[in-house]
Ligand binder design. Structure first.
Ligand code: FES
Ligand code: FES
Length: 163
């Protein structure tokens, strides 16, 4: 495709303005990985099934492989790299995944962490059934999900201020 078909892109990524150029068909996932250096955005299926590319767009969990970068023009994007409050501190969901063995190979983990963080913002005291429903859009090939459910439970308690 000719350079003339490239269009300017601008959005906030993890609190910082990111500008770039891309073809209209450039996905948000590819923009984040290749132009915003957010390689924590993992690409598994690239068609909306696995959830490993999940990011927050204006606070909502979205699959960045299913969105074009132009659809995020002017939006506020948070990737797994931007969840923690600073370089020294993990987000409670990250801490809980570490504590509860919620990951093995780690490929699915950024998507789970972002999905769970958004889920707990909306549902701070979920039952196990609600947790399983809440993570149903993310696939993990390694853990069997028990550790992920336990991690979500722990993170919920911490985020409610219970521990
Ligand atoms: S890579 Fe986006 S849902 Fe699988
Ligand atoms: S930890 Fe390997 S796919 Fe989830």
């Amino acid at each position: 495709m000719a350079m003339a078909d490239q269009i300017p892109l601008s959005m906030t990524v993890n609190g910082r303005t990111r500008q770039g150029m891309g073809e209209p068909r450039l996905t948000l996932a590819d923009f984040l990985r290749e132009q915003a250096q957010c390689t924590g955005v993992h690409l598994g299926c690239e068609h909306g099934v696995c959830g490993s590319c999940t990011v927050l767009m204006d606070g909502e969990a979205v699959r960045s492989c299913l969105l074009f970068a132009v659809q995020a023009e002017g939006a506020d994007i948070t990737t797994v790299e931007g969840l923690a409050p600073d370089d020294e501190t993990l987000h409670p969901v990250q801490e809980a995944f570490r504590d509860c063995h919620g990951l093995q190979c780690g490929f699915c983990t950024p998507g789970f962490v972002v999905s769970v963080a958004a889920f707990l913002e909306a549902n701070p005291d979920p039952s196990d059934a609600e947790i399983r429903h809440g993570i149903a859009g993310n696939l993990c090939r390694c853990t069997g999900y028990q550790g992920i459910v336990a991690a979500t439970r722990q993170a919920a308690a911490v985020m409610r201020g219970g521990e």
